[in-house]
Design a protein around this ligand. Structure first.
Ligand SMILES: [Fe+2]
Length: 431
């Protein structure tokens, strides 16, 4: 196994703490579907979206396939058909149900999938207790990978059910209204960073996905980074000044996309005369100018930056700026499931909301770092094979599990994707 697997803190931890962490994350996933009906959990509103119950089955399949099948000779497979239904994209594991047709799976029912989850969770906990010393290290690292994988799907469950509900004219709310943080829009300031040789990428001391390494040198020219993300109020200025009608701000692919799809505002923005509202996981509410703008494509982020006379930062600039900041912010554990206005006291010269609230688009294509090698076997398909035609995002969002991201974490989506909780922060060159 390459970097994914070699985790000193996991292999050094005792088995009880590994079980506790595994079971905690499994419970957190279950809790996300607790208020959803069986009907809610079955819908696929577009090919990128998966039904909630498919996520629940697939995260379970991951442990069954990569941990139990390999290391537990006594494991009794719950249902052999699930191997086909819940394989996402692993060619080495075998054929799979087509992704755009996951919404056709009225069976297995949510109850059967819940039983599948219990069956596999119990078997994994048993294996962690009983596996021999020689295999323990590999089991521990694969369980850790499965836990981080499940956290990624926790975020996908929230992204996907938001899209599902947004397609329903009743605009159902996933959860009760949350206390909305009120704060005046904060002035946008700039922080300067010197250029030169810098290092980015995970240094390998704790868990990281393989795509975050190896750590390597990059060259940066001096730059400035905005102290806060672009807000809804900022973005409204772009809309009102005709940003969506002005091809000079747009990349060619971006202009073609907004013309073809008729985009005039971020996803989930609703207009009634001069009044704007946004659809959230707590239902529809008035647009708040101080909140970070969310649900924009890379094309929109780039066009906004050009309109503002700035640019989108590279992932190396973002990481160098974020590296020494505490990984704290508005993450999923806060329960807002929506970016919030920044109500904290002013502190001059401070980067704010780098973590949490919204994933920040960067200008960097998602490509392998120098000397990157994916793992051998099926698990090597986790990240490496997607390194084409996608853009890197950084920092995590209000639906990302707390503790899941770090400075080196690389999320990625195609430039036209809008259903992720994605916004941007501006950068500019110095000199
Ligand atoms: Fe997955």
């Amino acid at each position: 196994m390459p970097e994914i697997a070699v985790q000193e803190e996991v292999t050094g931890a005792d088995r009880r703490s590994a079980i506790e962490r595994f079971e905690t994350v499994r419970r957190e996933t279950d809790a996300l579907s607790a208020n959803l009906t069986a009907e809610d959990q079955s819908i696929q509103s577009m090919p990128d979206v998966s039904p909630t119950k498919w996520h629940l089955g697939h995260t379970t399949w991951f442990f069954e396939t990569f941990v139990l099948d390999r290391f537990d000779a006594d494991y009794r497979v719950f249902d052999p058909a699930f191997r086909y239904l819940f394989n996402s994209y692993y060619e080495a594991v075998g054929p799979r149900h087509p992704r755009p047709e996951r919404g056709l799976l009225s069976r297995p029912t949510v109850d059967i999938i819940a039983a599948y989850r219990d069956h596999v969770s119990a078997a994994v906990a048993r294996l962690i207790q009983r596996v021999g010393e020689t295999e323990w290290r590999e089991v521990a690292t694969l369980v850790e990978l499965g836990v981080h994988h499940e956290q990624q799907h926790q975020e996908l469950i929230l992204m996907d059910i938001k899209h599902v509900f947004s397609m329903n004219p009743l605009l159902p709310a996933y959860q009760a209204p949350q206390l909305q943080i009120q704060a005046p829009p904060r002035q946008l300031d700039w922080i300067e960073f010197g250029g030169g040789v810098k290092e980015i990428g995970n240094a390998g001391r704790s868990f990281a996905f393989d795509n975050e390494g190896p750590r390597h040198k990059v060259w940066l020219e001096p730059f400035r980074l905005a102290t806060r993300p672009v807000t809804c109020g900022d973005y409204l200025g772009f809309i009102e000044e005709g940003g969506y009608e002005s091809p000079e701000f747009w990349l060619s692919d971006g202009w073609a996309t907004i013309v073809e799809r008729g985009w005039k505002a971020p996803l989930y923005w609703l207009r009634n005369g001069n009044e704007w509202s946004v659809f959230t996981l707590s239902g529809r509410r008035r647009l708040s100018p101080a909140e970070p703008v969310c649900h924009i494509s890379f094309y929109e982020a780039d066009a906004f930056a050009r309109w503002a006379g700035k640019r989108v930062p590279t992932e190396a600039e973002w990481e160098v700026a974020a590296e020494d900041l505490p990984v704290a912010g508005n993450f999923a554990d806060g329960g807002h499931f929506h970016p919030c206005a920044d109500a904290r006291a002013d502190a001059a010269g401070e980067l704010r909301q780098m973590y949490g609230d919204v994933w920040e688009w960067t200008a960097s294509p998602y490509t392998p770092y120098p000397r990157f090698r994916p793992a051998s076997g099926a698990i090597g398909e986790y990240n490496g094979k997607f390194m084409c035609n996608q853009i890197v995002l950084r920092g995590g969002a209000a639906v990302t599990p707390a503790g899941h991201v770090r400075a080196s974490y690389r999320n990625f989506f195609p430039p036209s994707a809008r259903w992720a909780f994605a916004g941007l922060r501006l950068a500019e060159d110095i000199g």
